[in-house]
Structure formats: structure tokens, C-alpha cells
Design a protein around this ligand. Structure first.
Ligand SMILES: Cc1ncc(COP(=O)(O)O)c(C=O)c1O
Length: 419
């Protein structure tokens, strides 16, 4: 029977990458401290806003239209107009609604985009997706229809304190491999980065903008945790938009992952391709997220929510998780924490482990702590690079008690396996 599947179908016979992760995170053993997932926290002030918007929609009778109609696969026009004005204001660039597509989550949009810009081209060439810095989001890994579609560059690693470090784009690596211009169909980066919490600097982003212009290929920037919403960025940085960029946004990390609503900002041609692809694959977009977003953006409530509630919430959580680690982990564990500049995770590098982190994972699970091993966040990397097996991602969205207990459990396993 299996030979009856196409190569595309066979991609899904085996559960790998994001599918494996989502499965695993969806079924933690009872009593586990769940420091693995990418779910946003349940923040009461945020939940109250969703309740208020949805109650108003029910009371006004708007639900009939929300649940009972297909809207345009391009997205509801007033929503695209609102987004155009938000993106214009935030980036200082003139952006029109024709540059905006609505999609069923940004994961869905990235599937289209990564395949628009990689794979087979009509001149017979095969192009790859260039990741200018690793680690990078696991969710891109299995998305390309062609095998072997990543061209990746490891980072410069700089220690920034006794227990901290930060990744930077290794510009000289890119410059010393000029073939990337021929091999790459697009450049892709998440900002903040899932899993590291790195926010590439405005200067690094300008470097990538100039490189993509040099090669005449698009620069894809994934702002799922970033600007302008949910704005989970703990340092000075901004939304930058220049010609040649295609950027992803999402309602998920704002607190609405179940609404499956994302947005793409880009050039008019790519946006209309996305809208056409969307109607072929999905007919149209889920309505609930679009109508909640419309209300949120009309009322301008999103600004205060992001600035005064969501960002401070996660910044406090990040600090709590780091301080707990400093307090609870034995000094025999030679660890560094990546600078926590945004998103929901700490990225931890342990230098003196006697086992690779992927082998520690079941031991940690048995000890009641779920993390995500680092290995999966290095698409296209040299598999001999030991750093991949020395790192893991720890989410700080859960209740403080669970974070603390999880960190204690992880600490005792790491201590046992520290050389
Ligand atoms: C960096 C990044 N991009 C995109 C996504 C996909 O988000 P969604 O499809 O919910 O918009 C995620 C989800 O975890 C993410 O972490």
C-alpha cells in the first residue's frame, strides 16, 4: 500500500519535526512540569478582552455572519485596511491593503512562502532557503516540498556574562561563501527567534536587507512574537519594512492560537499569489480570528494590551525563570543562558554534559520535566556540530510554581550528567 503514495504523501508517513513535537507536547505524562510548549500563557486581562469582544458579537447578532459566511480569501478588506495603517504607522513606511494577505495562521502562510521561493525553477535551477543564523524555528523544517532545501549559517557565539551569551549573524561566513547568491531563493529569519529569544539587531536586519537586495531575493521575517503585536520584545528594536521584505504576523502569541489567524505583509504580486493559493487550499480564512482582530484594531485596545500587559508579563516570567535557575542549579553544571530578548523561551547551553541532550530528553521526561531538545532547531546544519546536542529550549509561560519545580527537576538531572 505504501508505494501507492506520492513522494509528497510519503513525507507524512513518518512523524518528524514539528509534528512529532506537537504530538509530544500535547500528551505529557501526568504530573509533568510542562516547560516544552509554545502555547501563550492564559493572562486574565487578555482573556477578559476576548470575552468582551465575543460577548459583544453574540449580543449584536454578528455571530450569524461570522459563522455563517465565507469571506474573501484575501481577507476582510476593513481588516486589511486597519493592518495597513498599523504597519505604516509602526514602520514609518507607506503600506497599502494590497500588500496584506490574511491566512489561517502564519504556519500556513510560511508553507506557501517557503515553497514559492525554494525548489525547482523554470531555468532548471534548484533554490534553497537561506537561514543566516541558527538555531531557527523548528516549524520551517518539514515545510518544503523538495528535500534538502536549506542553506544555513551557524552564528557567532559571544559570551556576554558569567552565565549568559548571545548569537550574532556571522557576516563573514556569508561573505566568504558567495555561491549563496546563486543557491538561495530567499532568506528567512524569525525575530524574536523561536527557540533562542534572540532579537537580531536593527543593524543585523539592515545587513540582511542589503544582502537580499544584492541577490535580488526576498527576505522573509517572521514576527510571530514580535512587532507590532504581541510585542514580546524586551529590548529597544523596531518594526522595519523595506521593499523586498515579506513579513509574517500572527494573532497566536497575542493569546489566540485557536483562532488560526495570521497576516503577511509583502509586495503586491506575492500577496496576490498567496491569496490565490489560499483559495485553492483553504477556500478562505477562518472568520472568528479576523472579526476579533477587527474589533481589537478598531478600538486600538491592542496597543495598551501589548505594551502594558503582555510584554511586562513575559518579561517578568523570563526574569523569574532565570533567577530560579541561578538559585537552584548546582555550580557543577557549566551552563549559559542565551540573552532573553523576547518570545516565550530560555535557550540553555550546557557545556559539560556526558550525554547528548536528545538522549537526556527521555530521562528528563521520566523525571517529570518536559523541555525541547536543541537538535531540532538547526535546519541544514552540519550534523557533526556538537553545539546542537548541548542546548535545549525551556518555556517560561506556565505558573511560577510549575516553572520552579520543573527547573529543580531539570537541575538534578543535569547535575547527574555533568562531567
Ligand atoms: C516563530 C514562529 N513562527 C510561526 C509560528 C506559527 O504560528 P501560528 O501558525 O499559530 O501563527 C510559530 C508558532 O509557534 C512560531 O514560533
Amino acid at each position: 500500500m505504501r508505494s501507492a503514495y506520492s513522494d509528497f504523501g510519503k513525507k507524512f508517513l513518518k512523524q518528524t519535526g514539528i509534528g512529532q513535537l506537537m504530538d509530544d507536547l500535547g500528551n505529557p505524562p501526568p504530573g509533568s512540569c510542562m516547560l516544552g510548549g509554545g502555547n501563550p500563557a492564559l493572562i486574565p486581562e487578555v482573556a477578559a478582552v476576548w470575552n468582551e469582544i465575543v460577548s459583544k458579537q453574540i449580543d449584536s447578532g454578528a455571530m450569524e455572519k461570522i459563522l455563517g459566511s465565507y469571506e474573501s480569501p484575501a481577507g476582510i478588506i476593513e481588516l486589511r485596511e486597519r493592518l495597513a495603517s498599523i504597519f505604516s504607522e509602526e514602520s514609518g513606511s507607506e503600506i497599502s491593503p494590497a500588500q496584506i494577505a490574511v491566512t489561517n495562521g502564519s504556519q500556513n502562510a510560511f508553507f506557501f512562502l517557503l515553497n514559492f521561493f525554494s525548489g525547482r525553477f523554470s531555468d532548471g535551477s534548484k533554490k534553497k532557503i537561506l537561514f543566516p543564523i541558527l538555531p531557527e524555528y523548528i516549524g520551517y523544517t518539514d515545510q518544503t516540498l523538495e528535500e534538502n532545501s536549506f542553506l544555513s549559517f551557524g552564528p557567532d557565539i559571544r559570551e556576554t556574562g558569567d552565565r549568559s551569551y548571545k548569537y550574532f549573524i556571522a557576516k563573514e561566513k556569508l561573505d566568504s561563501y558567495p555561491d549563496w547568491k546563486r543557491e538561495a531563493g530567499c532568506i528567512c529569519v524569525s525575530r524574536p527567534t523561536n527557540p533562542t529569544g534572540n532579537v537580531i539587531t536593527d543593524e543585523e536586519l539592515s545587513f540582511l536587507i542589503s544582502k537580499s537586495a544584492e541577490a535580488d531575493i526576498p527576505l522573509l521575517v517572521d514576527n510571530a512574537y514580535g512587532f507590532p503585536f504581541p510585542g514580546v520584545v524586551f529590548k529597544a528594536a523596531s518594526l522595519i519594512h523595506k521593499p523586498g521584505m515579506i513579513q509574517g504576523f500572527s494573532l497566536s502569541k497575542l493569546g489566540l492560537p485557536g483562532a488560526r489567524t495570521g497576516f503577511i505583509l509583502g509586495d503586491v504580486e506575492t500577496i496576490s499569489m498567496l491569496q490565490r493559493a489560499n483559495s485553492v487550499i483553504n477556500l478562505t480564512n477562518a472568520n472568528l480570528g479576523q472579526f476579533i482582530a477587527l474589533e481589537l484594531f478598531r478600538s486600538e485596545l491592542w496597543k495598551n494590551l501589548c505594551r502594558d500587559v503582555i510584554r511586562p508579563f513575559y518579561e517578568r516570567k523570563s526574569l523569574f525563570a532565570r533567577e530560579t535557575i541561578f538559585l537552584k542549579w548546582n555550580s557543577s553544571i557549566d551552563y549559559r543562558i542565551h540573552e532573553s530578548e523576547g518570545a516565550f523561551f530560555l535557550w540553555i547551553w550546557v557545556k559539560n554534559l556526558s550525554l547528548p541532550v536528545s538522549e537526556l530528553y527521555p530521562i528528563l521526561k521520566e523525571a517529570g520535566a518536559i523541555i525541547v531538545p536543541g537538535k531540532t532547531f538547526f535546519p541544514g546544519a552540519d550534523s557533526n556540530w556538537s553545539h546542537r546536542e548541548e542546548c535545549f529550549r525551556l518555556s517560561f509561560v506556565r505558573e511560577d510554581k510549575e516553572i520552579e519545580e520543573g527547573i529543580v527537576r531539570i537541575g538534578s538531572v543535569l547535575e547527574k550528567f555533568s562531567k
